[in-house]
Design a protein around this ligand. Structure first.
Ligand code: ACO
Length: 269
């Protein structure tokens, strides 16, 4: 199914989502950000989707925010326009960070600035050796906003994060992998096969456990050890109960059999 600036296709339970403005190097315009949220919404709970891959058409993954449509044109609308376009972009990145299914960034080419938002939002990231990454904000006179500085500090050691942000020098996929911005880098011609292989491994796993695990990895980073230990015990218990046959039976007796009312008492075990 096609929606203009974002396209997707589902093959063997893998949803391939494409940034699709190759003529603008897949820069994220307000229109693209709105479409992406719709596409994520449509795919998230489909039974025929077990993993989502985000990639780009043409030579770019994404050249970051659209400097004309996202910055200049929304700034011309005043604060209201600026805040709206921020909500739209940050909104789908947040949605992706906590997505129900595992997500993979398949970085086929240019990845700059605002692109670090969806890069970090994806659980795993694989890049072409030929890809180019950069915090280019400093090169046109702003700081790496929209979470980009946070992404650099989350993923890179302090000195590398600082150098990357202050110098605005591009790095290739190999360096991005060495630094930890992505999991792996490999020649572009091999990138898709490697991502498919990873997807197939993920598709063999229990989906409830996958969601609990990806959330746990993101959550525990800011917790003390004891808080993390407590959170993880409870997250596992929550995952157990999510698949609990008893809970399904309770729903069945209320909705189908109409034999009890949960507000007034318990179902018959
Ligand atoms: N915003 C708006 N338009 C863009 C962007 C962008 N981020 N990136 C590329 N485009 C447009 C160009 O203006 C050009 O449009 P035109 O054909 O109407 O003139 C078209 O896409 C093709 O771009 P070229 O520069 O001709 O493509 P090339 O392959 O030579 O270079 C590159 C690609 C390196 C990505 C270059 O376009 C570039 O530097 N883009 C800006 C990258 C950037 O710094 N992004 C902002 C990061 S900061 C942030 O996101 C907050």
């Amino acid at each position: 199914m096609t929606s203009d600036v974002v396209t997707f296709a589902i093959e063997d339970r893998i949803a391939w989502v494409h940034f699709n403005r190759p003529e603008k190097r897949n820069a994220m315009s307000p229109t693209l950000n709105r479409r992406m949220m719709d596409v994520l919404d449509e795919l998230e709970f489909r039974d025929d989707v077990g993993v989502l891959v985000l990639t780009g058409e043409g030579s770019a993954w994404t050249a970051g925010m659209d400097l004309k449509e996202y910055f200049r044109e929304t700034e011309a609308e005043g604060l209201k326009g600026v805040r709206r376009s921020q909500r739209e972009s940050y909104g789908w990145w947040r949605r992706l960070r906590w997505y129900q299914k595992p997500t993979i960034a398949m970085v086929n080419g240019w990845c700059f600035g605002g692109g670090y938002g969806p890069l970090f939002a994806c659980d795993l990231a694989f890049a072409a050796d030929e890809a180019t990454f950069g915090l280019s904000e400093i090169n046109w006179g702003i700081l790496p906003g929209g979470g980009a500085t946070k992404v650099a500090v989350e993923l890179l050691p302090f000195r590398k994060a600082m150098y990357h942000a202050l110098l605005g020098e591009p790095i290739n996929g190999k360096t991005a992998a060495e630094w930890g911005l992505v999991n792996e880098s490999l020649p572009l011609a091999q990138l898709r096969d490697r991502v498919v292989a990873v997807c197939r491994e993920l598709l063999k796993k229990n989906p409830v456990a996958l969601k609990a695990t990806k959330d746990a990895v993101r959550r525990v980073g800011v917790m003390t050890y004891d808080e993390a230990e407590d959170y993880l015990v409870r997250a596992q218990e929550a995952a157990n109960s999510y698949d609990n046959d008893g809970r399904r039976e309770g729903l069945r007796q209320f909705i189908d059999e109409k034999s009890y009312k949960p507000g007034l008492g318990a179902y018959d075990t």
